[in-house]
Design a protein. Structure first.
Length: 327
C-alpha cells in the first residue's frame, strides 16, 4: 500500500539575506511540493514587480489541480497595496499552492507587516541570517560536514576555513567533497592534504604572507592566485581581514589567547595567529595598513584600471608599513 503524499505547508517565510541558505530554502519548498505532486511547477517573481491582480492569478486554484510553488522575492520591497493583497491571501491560502515569501527583515511598515502577517497565519519560518561572525561560519562548516554524513573537530573546521576562505558556497562544496574523499572522517591532516594546492593560492595565503612582511612570498602567491583566476576582490578582502584582525588583537594588549578570543568575539586559533603576526607592527604602521587595504578594496572594484597591479602595489605598500616601526 502506497503511503499518502504529505501536503507541503501552504505558507513559508524565508527570513534573512544569506543567499546560499535562501536558495536552499526555495529548493526545499519545491522538493516538498514535488513529493506531493511530481508535476508541481515553480514560479518566481519580485514583489516590487507584482500587482494584486497578478498575485490573484498566480495563486488561484489550477483547473487541473496541479501543485504550484510561488516564490515572492524581495518581500521587503513591498508597497502598501501589494503588501495588503499578500497579507489578505495569507489568511486563506489556496489548496495545492505553496507560497514562499523571501524577506530580508527590513523595509517600510507595509513590508515589515508582511512578516507579522505570515507568522500569524502559521507560516513555516526558515531563518537565513547573514553569516558574518567567525563562530557562526565555523558552525556552518560543522553543519555542512554533518549534513554530508561526516564528522570533524575544531582544528579541521579551522583548517578548512583557512584553506578555502569565507565564501559559503565554496565552503559547502569543499565540506561535501572532503566527506566523500575522506570516508566521512574530517581531520586537520585530511584538510591540509586535500587542499594543499588550493591553500597556496587563496587570498588568505597572500594576506598571511603580506601581513608578516614576507613580500617575496606574498607576491609569488599573488601571481599564482591571479593565474588560477582567484577573484581580485577576494584577495583584497583577505588583505583587509588580515590587517583588521592584527589591529584588533594588537590593540587589545598582551593577554591569554582564550580570554582575548572571548573578549573580541573571535576563535582562539585566529587570535593566536594574529598575536604572532602582530610582532613587528607598530601603531603608525597599522594605521597606514588600514588605509592601504581601504584603497585596494576600491581599486579592485573599479577605481583602478589594472586590478592585478593594484594588488601588487598594495602588497608592496603593506611591506613598507610593516617596516615603519623599524625606523
Amino acid at each position: 500500500m502506497t503511503a499518502p503524499a504529505i501536503t507541503p505547508p501552504p505558507l513559508q517565510l524565508v527570513l534573512g539575506e544569506e543567499e546560499l541558505l535562501v536558495e536552499r530554502a526555495v529548493r526545499a519548498a519545491l522538493d516538498a511540493a514535488r513529493l506531493a505532486d511530481p508535476a508541481a511547477e515553480l514560479t518566481r517573481v519580485r514583489v516590487a514587480d507584482l500587482t494584486p491582480p497578478e498575485l490573484a492569478e498566480l495563486v488561484s486554484p489550477s483547473l487541473f489541480a496541479e501543485g504550484r510553488v510561488v516564490v515572492l522575492d524581495g518581500g521587503h520591497e513591498a508597497g502598501q497595496e501589494i503588501a495588503a493583497a499578500i497579507a489578505s491571501y495569507a489568511k486563506a491560502p489556496a489548496d495545492g499552492v505553496t507560497l514562499v515569501l523571501l524577506h530580508n527583515g527590513s523595509g517600510r511598515k507595509p513590508a515589515k507587516d508582511l512578516i507579522t502577517a505570515f507568522k500569524s497565519a502559521g507560516a513555516t519560518l526558515t531563518e537565513c541570517a547573514k553569516i558574518t561572525r567567525p563562530a557562526d561560519r565555523e558552525a556552518f562548516v560543522r553543519n555542512e560536514i554533518r549534513r554530508a554524513g561526516g564528522k570533524s573537530d575544531a582544528n579541521a573546521v579551522a583548517a578548512l576555513i583557512d584553506a578555502v576562505g569565507s565564501d559559503l558556497r565554496e565552503l559547502a562544496s569543499a565540506a561535501a567533497q572532503l566527506v566523500a574523499d575522506a570516508d566521512g572522517k574530517i581531520t586537520e591532516e585530511a584538510v591540509r592534504r586535500y587542499h594543499r594546492g588550493r591553500a597556496d593560492v587563496t587570498g588568505f595565503a597572500v594576506a598571511e604572507k603580506a601581513i608578516t612582511g614576507d613580500v617575496a612570498a606574498a607576491l609569488e602567491s599573488l601571481r599564482w592566485a591571479m593565474q588560477l583566476g582567484v577573484p581580485h576582490v577576494l584577495v583584497a578582502d583577505a588583505l583587509a581581514d588580515a590587517v583588521r584582525t592584527v589591529a584588533k588583537v594588537a590593540g587589545a594588549g598582551r593577554a591569554d589567547p582564550s580570554r582575548l578570543a572571548a573578549e573580541l568575539g573571535m576563535p582562539t586559533w585566529k587570535v593566536r595567529k594574529a598575536l604572532s603576526q602582530s610582532r613587528g607592527w607598530h601603531p603608525a604602521g597599522l594605521a597606514d595598513a588600514m588605509q592601504i587595504v581601504a584603497d585596494v578594496n576600491a581599486d579592485v572594484k573599479g577605481v583602478a584600471a589594472d586590478p592585478d597591479y593594484a594588488l601588487e602595489r598594495a602588497v608592496l605598500r603593506l611591506a613598507r608599513a610593516h617596516r615603519r616601526g623599524e625606523r
